[in-house]
Structure formats: C-alpha cells, structure tokens
Design a protein around this ligand. Structure first.
Ligand code: LLP
Length: 443
C-alpha cells in the first residue's frame, strides 16, 4: 500500500500504524486495508477515465466490482469517491444497500440470478441489470412489469477476446457460461426492445482479469462497436460497458500499465474502433475491482514452525534445501495460490535483518499439501518463529474467497488511516463457527 514505510527499528507501518500494534490489538492472520490508498486508487482511476472520455466528447461510469472485496465500509468509500458499485448476488446487493448506496448507482451481474434476487433488485430501483441469457431477458421483463417499473438493462455478450495479463487471444466462439455470442446480440436486443418494461442501455463485455495492457479492450470494443453500429437504426448510440480486469503487480515479474496510461490507451482504442465503424464514440462504463482494492490490502501472519526439506533440484540428482515456513493462516484466507497458482511475495514485517537471504516457501496450517501462501521468495535466513510476516497485494479476492476450511475463522479486516486502525469486518470467533451447528440445538 502507498503508506507502507519502515520505522527506525525496521518495523513496518501501515497507514501510520505499527504492525506489532495491529497484531496485539487484532491478532493474526489479519487483513489490513490502507483506506487512503484504496480511495486514492478509486479516485485516480475514475478521474483518468473521465478525463480521457471528456477529451473525446463522451462520458464514462466507473463501477467498483464488489466481488473483489465488499463490506459496508468499502461500499461507502467507493460511493464517496464517485464510483458506482457492481454487485453479482443478493448478498452483495444487501451489503451495498446496508451501506446506504443509492440503488440507482448499482449494476447487477450474474449468469444465474434467481427470480427472488431479480425481484428485489427491481423493487429497490437498481440502476442497471446486466442480462446474461435469453431466459433472463424475459425474467427481468416480467419482474419489472409486476413491479410496475421500467428496468434499465445491459446485455452481456462475448466478444471472443480473452485477455490474460499482457496477451490476448481472439476467437470466434467461446465455450463458457457467461453472456451471449456476439452474433446473437441483434436478436437478443430486439427481444429486449420488445418488452415495454425494459430500457436497453447497451452491450457489456468482460474479457478477463489481471490484464496488463489495453489491446484486448480495444479489440473487444472494435468487435462490439461493429454490432452497435448495426443496432443503431437511427436511434441514440447505446452505451458500451467494457467490464473490468485491470491488472496489478503481485511480484516484480508483473508490470501492469499505469492506470492513467491504460485509460488513455483504451480510450484511444475505442475511438479508433468507433471511427472504423462510422459511429460516434459511445458513453462508456468500466467495472474494475482488483485495480482498486488489490494493492491497498496486505495480510499479516505470524511464523510458527520452520522445516528444511531436502528436495531434488535438477535432473542431475543434485539436491537443495527448501525451507518451509509455516504461518497461522493459509488457503482459507488466501485461496489464490492453490486455486490459480498465483504468486505472491513475503517480507518480515516487524524487523530488518542482515542475515543472508534464504529461499523459502510460505505454507499455511491446513491439512493439505497444496496449502501454500507464497510459493517461492527469499527471507533472511534467521527467520524464526514469532516473526511477523507481511504478504502484500491481498486486498482483492482473498477475503472474498475465504473459507472456513478446517474450522479456521475468517480473519478480521482492519482499515488503517492517519495513524488509526479500526475493524471493518469482524473476524470469526469459535462461537461464530459453532453457532450455526444445528447439532447443538437439541441440548
Ligand atoms: N466485471 C465482471 C463481469 C467480472 O466478472 C469481473 C471479475 C470484474 C468486473 C472485475 O474484475 P477485476 O477488475 O477485479 O479483475 N478470483 C479471480 C478473479 C475472478 C474475476 C471474476 N470476475 C482471482 O482471484 O484472480
């Protein structure tokens, strides 16, 4: 996070709060979010896209993708920074509403929203529902009709562009569950327009996550605008929502395009695509999650056991020692390494050491050998039990993907700012874990 700094004793400070203080007050594992940093990233991103859009005579709406990490407090930060919020379940809707978010500022995603979720969203006056299937067009139309409302909707299509970090792949057909094939868009839009209870805002497309460059977005826009041009029929230019997916650096191997640059490049790409198809550049929308909250969060762990394991190093039969440093959390608070093979880095948070670097693997405490937090990084060779470790860039898709595997309670989330720390999501206690066990009800 932006505020991370070491004090004279080499102890990490986050938002002006000492990590040992955080540990003493809240325990470990602990998620820590730098509030000012998260808000600055949200603001910078929104302003960059607004600036680029205005320069091209259009406007842009930026939604924060709540799936990355949503809590009442985070929803309020995003609203205060002028972002809308993208939700994808009744639960996320409930959090956004509990935060007092204006329902008109919400967008609702998902490939299988229940009728009850749709009814609730329509009933509270949600800003937009992203329709993901033909079934859903009729479901949302019927719900809006029953509620006596006209519901604004977008249609999610597949542009055939798949982006992963700096490369993208463009295909004609996609074998995946989200959205409709682009060639079916015209029929689907006609179906939307046939319902008096639906107001069609435009197409939506999300090409992937952890994307470093602008090319995939530009290619996707080009493909969508070709269809937009056909959908026009003299009517107003529909909006174009290009989804989220802006990448962040997890390790020094990651080199994402800075957000101002990315915004400029994407807008230039969309402009070029609009020119190509002879349409005015449409109103735009984006829905980043990771780029806003990912780098603003870290996880603190305490070191427990340490084990040196002799491993085969190469085909010549040479061996080396791999040092397993086990911490008090693991795949239950960060599933990304075990789910996606995601890489992270690690540092000792509460001291500096001039011991030589040792190659380590940070393991969790779960009963599973794939329970790895950091696959490979270096720590001072004098790393010992009781050390406090920090794993950066855990703000997105860590708490939100957390589980209770092995009956570990989900850690608390603490926000730091201006030298103060406060819990924004309480950690789960043993009582929380037992309270839903119906076996106790008969006693
Ligand atoms: N919009 C839609 C429709 C999405 O499906 C997603 C992410 C986003 C926006 C936000 O993407 P972001 O800007 O955060 O990359 N659990 C995975 C990531 C899953 C992303 C799912 N959709 C991970 O931890 O890498």
């Amino acid at each position: 996070p932006a505020s991370a700094a070491r004090d004279a004793d080499g102890r990490l400070q986050l938002g002006g709060v000492d990590v040992r203080t955080l540990q003493e007050r809240f325990g470990t594992p602990l998620y820590v979010v730098d509030e000012d940093d998260a808000r600055a990233r949200a603001r910078t991103l929104r302003e960059a896209f607004e600036r680029e859009a205005a320069a091209r005579g259009t406007s842009v709406a930026v939604y924060y993708a709540g799936k990355a990490f949503l809590s009442v407090e985070v929803a309020r930060w995003m609203t205060a920074e002028g972002l809308r919020i993208d939700i994808c379940s009744g639960g996320e809707l409930a959090v956004a509403l509990a935060a007092g978010t204006d329902p008109a500022q919400l967008g609702f995603h998902g490939n299988n929203k229940s009728v009850a979720e749709i009814e609730r969203a329509v009933g509270v006056g949600i800003g937009a529902i992203v329709l993901d299937s033909l079934t859903e067009i009729d479901r949302v139309a019927a719900a809006a009709e029953r509620a006596g409302r006209v519901q604004s909707v977008r249609l999610r299509v597949n542009s055939g562009v798949h982006a992963h970090t700096h490369e993208y792949l463009a295909t004609a057909h996609e074998d995946q569950k989200f959205g409709l094939p682009l060639e079916d868009a015209a029929d689907a839009v006609a179906r939307i327009r046939s319902h008096a209870s639906l107001d069609f805002l435009g197409l939506h497309c999300h090409i992937g996550s952890q994307i470093f460059g602008s090319d995939g977005f530009a290619e996707s826009a080009a493909r969508l605008l070709a269809v937009h041009a056909r959908l026009l029929e003299g009517g107003p230019v529909p909006e174009l929502n290009l989804g989220g997916g802006f990448g962040i650096a997890y390790t020094s191997a990651d080199d994402p395009t800075p957000i101002e640059r990315l915004a400029a490049d994407i807008l230039a790409g969309v402009q070029a695509a609009a020119d190509l198809h002879g349409v005015r550049i449409p109103k735009l929308a984006f829905e980043p999650g990771r780029a806003i909250i990912g780098g603003a969060g870290i996880t603190l762990y305490e070191v427990g056991t340490i084990k040196d394991v002799v491993v085969a190093w190469n085909d010549e039969g040479e061996t080396a020692v791999r040092r397993y440093v086990s911490v008090d959390g693991g795949m239950s608070d960060n599933a990304r390494p075990s789910l996606y093979g995601a890489d992270y880095t690690v540092r000792i948070a509460d001291r500096v050491s001039d011991a030589s670097p040792a190659l380590v693997r940070i393991a969790g405490k779960h009963c599973e050998s794939g329970d790895i937090v950091v696959n490979a990084d270096y720590l001072p060779a004098d790393v010992r039990d009781g050390d406090l470790l920090v794993v950066p860039a855990t703000g997105a898709y860590c708490w939100s993907l957390a589980s209770n595997y092995n009956y570990l309670g989900r850690p608390a989330v603490v926000a730091v700012s201006g030298g103060a720390a406060r819990v924004i999501v309480r950690g789960e206690t043993e009582h929380d874990l037992l309270s839903r066990d119906a076996g106790l009800d008969t006693e």
